[in-house]
Design a protein. Sequence first.
Length: 320
Amino acid sequence: MKNNVLIGLIGDYDATVPAHQAIPIALQLAADSAAMEVKWQWIPTEEVRSVARVAAFDGLWCVPASPYRHMEGALLAIQYARESGRPFLGTCGGFQHAVIEYARNVLGWADAEHAETAPNAMRPVIAPLACTLVEAIDTVHFFPNSRIAKAYGTGEATEGYRCRYGVNPEFQAVLVSGPLRAAADDAIGEVRAVELDEHPFFVATLFQPERTALKGQLPPLVAAFVYACANNPPNKGMGTTRRSARPMPSVGRLNADLMIIRSTTQFAPTSLRQSTGAQLTHLELFDCRNTAVNPDCGTGALIKQAAGAGHGTTTGAAAV
């Protein structure tokens, strides 16, 4: 198991997006729970023109806030994670684009599209939800023995959403018949998470599990993703049939309250910073359980973060 990991965040960073505010905090909490170092880099979708842009990372997270500026870049990153056996997490827009990538490159549906960006498409595998889930909270039911159920250590959870699009029921049966499979649904049976068989870790959720970090709570799925990144061997082109070396832990009951982490910044090495000039950032969290309500999210706690959103690093500390 590696003591430090580097995670690529695929998406177009926007400081006003609650999920983007939550992701670095979620990674900090995961680092703390595992007493390890987690570094991350935001990767704008228009920068992904070849797999070389994402090949150096231990794991890839396709983040919320689509439409992306360059949809093909997001799809290429997802394809690389799927084919190389690199741990992958997709949330919200990442879920939607994971489904599109699978439909195009595994099922052979070259015309698979997202109804938001291609409203007249013949095969919109991602279509408007019957009931939009913008700033909504709902119960998610996890399928037995799924990776996501093991991560949460329970059969259901209440999670937050900010989306209007999901899996099109017209194509759902074929899309999740394997090796991509449904891993969670809602009360009326609509797919809320998918997983890929025979892959070390390939999980995508329509909900945004990272949002719980805004309340100072460790998102179990983020912890499981970081654990998979730390345990996954270097990529050797083995494809998606490779299994992870160690079982994924159940972290649903971990105490993730983090009292205080000092804030520092430093310039990233050139190899990480490339041409962005961004900074590595340590987060500064102050007693998340007792701070004011975050008006941007409506459910979280205010978290103070040092400047520099392009890159980040978190170092695990003793559990509180």
